[in-house]
Design a protein around this ligand. Structure first.
Ligand code: NAI
Ligand code: MG
Length: 498
């Protein structure tokens, strides 16, 4: 560990040993219950901070603060003024990016090379939302009623937003919810994941520094079935923006029924990644590998069902396994680490149980296949990049989201068959196609039922391009104009002029 001294927690002022409190109405406060929970580094088990544990009472306080801000001073802010705040926040995030990326690495384990590389995306998002703040508008609409009656629409902020995020990219996920709320004039209660609450709390400090008025952003860390459930059910919350598992997504919909709040859901996947024999296989090997191994497979749109055309299957899948074996697994603080630990013991159990299931089902692990149990990594939650061959469509490892660095490689014969098999899943989030044949690429882009299709690349993301799911991967879109609509109501206004 000595090599990583420069990154040790003592060098992060935020990790000063004091209780990390929640943000309600512009104040940093303890939980009403006085309860706290611990946040630990999944690579080492090291305690990083003790955090105030919010529950329904705190959620209620936060919703009251958010409602007061929404009805009060925040509603007087002009788009330009909201834009200035977003730009200021972007500048602060830029200035403190080393600290924020380090916090992400410490709290959820992702390699520092990865969390640092997210800089352009994080800043790009904040500045995109800043641009959007002054670009939103209603329309005048020509109607056909007799007489003189004029109609137009107003776009209005939906109101108080409950944002519930997972742990697999705390900084990015927080910006993805806070940004559109600020751009549209909503107020927000952010509920970070219990596994990784620290970066969102630090972002809250920067938001206050950027001039976000009290009550506009509230941050209530806590657990899902207490704080999260209270937010999803709260009668004075107008919308819930959720990212996480489809099972929790279903609970959110049920909880939202009480006041019929609007819901947007970005859920999991079992995304197909399809490799044709005519592809540039040299790029496709690392492409298909990192489509799953990045972030230790803890990415909702990971391309976990790797369909490979039969005549190159053995060779290609062998090369992906070799690529996986060559990746450096380790503590995220090591600048050379490419694959960090899984987030928690629970996630480790989940992933290793799928490794056993795969073997029982008759799949063969060409690389990885079990947890790392010796050397310095034995005390963390480390699973090496795993490639399963001999996988059939009906195996559980080909149907269920594992959320670990596990590829299920499946052979196919032709294009119509692979489209049909790619779609034979309850999910529909991401998908990949590797081919040099432009007509194949277009046919797959049209044929695949998923929110994103990546051709000869994987996981490209941009603040201006919508991202989201078909089927059980959820509904609603994040990024792009479509995300703005999720945070806006449309009002029709009729004016009789004669
Ligand atoms: P989860 O969906 O239970 O948790 C995500 C967020 O929802 C957390 O903030 C959690 O506190 C909150 N939550 C949990 N139960 C809730 C409830 N009843 N009401 C309101 N909020 C609630 O996911 P978890 O337990 O972290 O991971 C389980 C599996 O879910 C993973 O193995 C993976 O397959 C999938 N997942 C998918 C993610 C994605 O990006 N789509 C992210 C995280 C997990
Ligand atoms: Mg959970």
């Amino acid at each position: 560990m000595d090599r990583f001294d420069q990154f040790s927690p003592e060098h992060v002022p935020f990790l000063d040993g004091r209780l990390k409190r929640m943000l309600i109405g512009g104040q940093w406060v303890e939980a009403a219950s006085g309860k706290t929970f611990e946040s630990r580094n999944p690579a080492t088990g090291q305690l990083l901070a003790t955090v105030a544990e919010g529950d329904s009472v705190d959620v209620d306080r936060a919703v009251t603060a958010a409602r007061r801000a929404f009805n009060g001073p925040w509603s007087k802010f002009k788009p330009y003024e909201r834009q200035q705040i977003l730009l200021k926040l972007a500048d602060l995030v830029e200035r403190h990016f080393d600290e924020l990326s380090l916090l992400d690495t410490l709290d959820m384990g992702a390699p520092i090379s990865r969390t640092r590389a997210n800089k352009r995306r994080a800043l790009g998002m904040l500045r995109y939302y800043a641009g959007m703040a002054t670009a939103l508008h209603g329309e005048t609409i020509e109607n056909s009623l007799p007489g003189e009656i004029f109609s137009y629409t107003l776009k209005e902020p939906v109101g108080v937003v409950g944002a519930i995020i997972p742990w697999n990219g705390p900084l990015g996920a927080s910006i993805w919810k806070i940004g559109p709320a600020l751009a549209t004039g909503c107020t927000v209660i952010l509920k970070p994941a219990e596994e990784a609450p620290l970066t969102p709390l630090r972002l809250g400090e920067l938001a206050l520094e950027a001039g976000v008025p009290e009550g506009v952003i509230n941050i209530v860390p806590g657990f899902g079935d207490t704080a999260g459930a209270a937010l999803a059910a709260h009668p004075d919350v107008d919308k819930v923006a959720f990212t996480g598992s489809h099972i929790t997504g279903q609970k959110i919909i049920q909880a939202s029924a009480g006041n019929l709040k609007r819901v947007s859901l970005e859920l999991g996947g079992k995304s197909p990644d399809i490799v044709f024999s005519d592809a540039d296989l040299e790029t496709a090997v690392p492409g298909a590998g990192m489509a799953v191994f990045a972030n230790s497979g803890q990415i909702c749109s990971a391309g976990t069902r790797l369909f490979v055309e039969r005549r190159v299957y053995d060779e290609f899948v062998g090369q992906v396994a070799e690529f996986g074996r060559g990746l450096r697994v380790g503590n995220g603080l090591d600048p050379d680490t490419q694959i960090g630990p899984l987030i928690s013991e629970q996630q480790l159990d989940r992933v290793t149980s799928y490794l056993s299931i795969g073997k029982q089902e008759g799949a063969r692990a060409l690389s990885g296949g079990s947890r790392i149990t010796d050397g310095p990594l034995a005390s963390g939650y480390f699973v090496p990049p795993t490639v399963f061959a001999n996988v059939r469509d009906d195996m559980r490892i080909a149907q269920e989201e594992i959320f670990g660095p596990v590829i299920s490689a499946i052979p196919f014969e032709d294009i119509d068959e692979v489209i049909q098999r790619a779609n034979a899943t309850t999910f529909g989030l991401g998908s990949g196609v590797w081919t040099k044949d432009v007509s194949k690429a277009h046919r797959l882009a049209k044929g695949i039922r998923a929110g994103s299709v990546w051709v000869n690349c994987y996981q490209a993301m941009d603040p201006a391009v919508p991202f989201g799911g078909y089927k059980m991967s959820g509904y609603g879109r994040e990024s792009g104009l479509q995300q703005m609509e999720e945070y806006l109501n449309v009002k029709a206004v009729w004016i009789k002029t004669a």
